[in-house]
Design a protein around this ligand. Structure first.
Ligand code: BTN
Length: 322
């Protein structure tokens, strides 16, 4: 059996006995033991005490569709949300759903991904109950070329949401990482399907580190930070609702005017605006320059020795020179 029904019945402040769990779920004690072992493999820390039962080391802030919906306000009409306990990748699943006709505004969120995807073919590791992982399908009556600034626009929506929830110090790193001084807070993976001249189905995958155990931090090959570190007080349900509200605003604006109206605001949040950086090229070489801004298409503009050069995301990677 899946470990999730068992996990959802455990608390951090009180023990629940194996007998209670078996009875509530109508399964054997042996099934409960196996489910608890699987839960531990998902990274959940469970304390077991003889004669008392089991309790969580830390409470899990579960995602609940109805709670997210209750925080969406008037933006509720744009979205149709499904929360999964476990899925391969919310992006992969939503791409399949889009092929099968899922409507614009469909959201898949997951507590755990077995094959989370990051940019440039990398794996994305999330922590059960600690990372917010979701994907949003948005359909555009625009051509593929018109969507080049989309990934920056999505980053802006994320930063707006974090600011409105009182998180201070979250910034953007071109093209669309969410960062703070201490490291990466989250990332965005956009996958597009459609015709050159439109329409296009965009799957916007977002992963944000809300809280993270020391073990998971250590297992990630770059400095990471969490929204808890930056003072987030909201639950993941409130955070998801706020992100979706800001996304609805930004995506509706983008559909009408593209990235240009959002450009200056984006630059104001860019971690490296006006600073020296180097661009790591696909062949391993580096190009040095100072960030002067981004273009209407979302390209990064660098003042280099030989003048202003523009870089498009995809193969290049930005590194701070500081
Ligand atoms: C990055 O490499 O920075 C992008 C990470 C994007 C991760 C999110 S988690 C939800 C969605 N589903 C995935 O498989 N990936 C994205």
């Amino acid at each position: 059996m899946s470990p999730f029904p068992v996990l959802r019945r455990l608390h951090a402040d009180d023990f629940t006995s194996g007998e209670q769990l078996a009875e509530a779920l109508n399964v054997s004690r042996a099934s409960i033991s196996l489910a608890l072992r699987d839960a531990a493999e998902l990274g959940v820390s469970i304390e077991s005490r003889h004669g008392k039962g089991y309790r969580l080391h830390r409470p899990v802030d579960w995602l609940e569709e109805s709670v997210v919906a209750s925080h969406l306000g008037t933006a509720l009409r744009f979205f149709d949300l499904r929360c999964f306990d476990e899925i391969d990748s919310t992006n992969a699943a939503l791409i399949k759903a889009a092929h099968d006709g899922a409507p614009s505004g469909m959201v898949y969120a997951a507590e755990y991904q077995t094959a989370g995807r990051g940019r440039r073919g990398r794996q994305w590791r999330g922590e059960l109950g600690g990372t917010l992982m979701y994907s949003l399908l948005w359909r555009f009556n625009l051509g593929l070329a018109d969507l080049s600034g989309l990934s920056l626009a999505v980053g802006l929506a994320v930063v707006r949401a974090l600011q409105s929830l009182g998180v201070s110090g979250a910034q953007l790193k071109w093209p669309n990482d969410i960062v703070c001084d201490a490291g990466k807070l989250g990332g965005i993976l956009i996958e597009l399907a459609g015709e050159a001249h439109g329409p296009v189905a965009a799957v916007l995958g977002i992963g944000l580190n809300v809280r993270m155990s020391d073990d998971n931090r250590a297992a990630i090959d770059q400095p990471v930070a969490t929204l808890d570190d930056l003072g987030l007080k909201s639950t993941r349900n409130q955070l998801l609702a706020c992100l979706l509200r800001e996304l609805a605003d930004v995506l509706n604006a983008f559909s009408h005017g593209g990235f240009s109206p959002l450009l200056k605001e984006w630059e104001s949040h860019h971690r490296w605006h006006g600073q020296p950086v180097s661009m790591l090229m696909p062949d391993g070489s580096k190009i040095q320059g100072t960030v002067v801004g981004v273009s209407d298409e979302g390209a990064l503009k660098l003042a280099c020795e030989d003048g202003i050069r523009q870089f498009h995301s995809g193969e290049v990677s930005l590194r701070g020179a500081a």
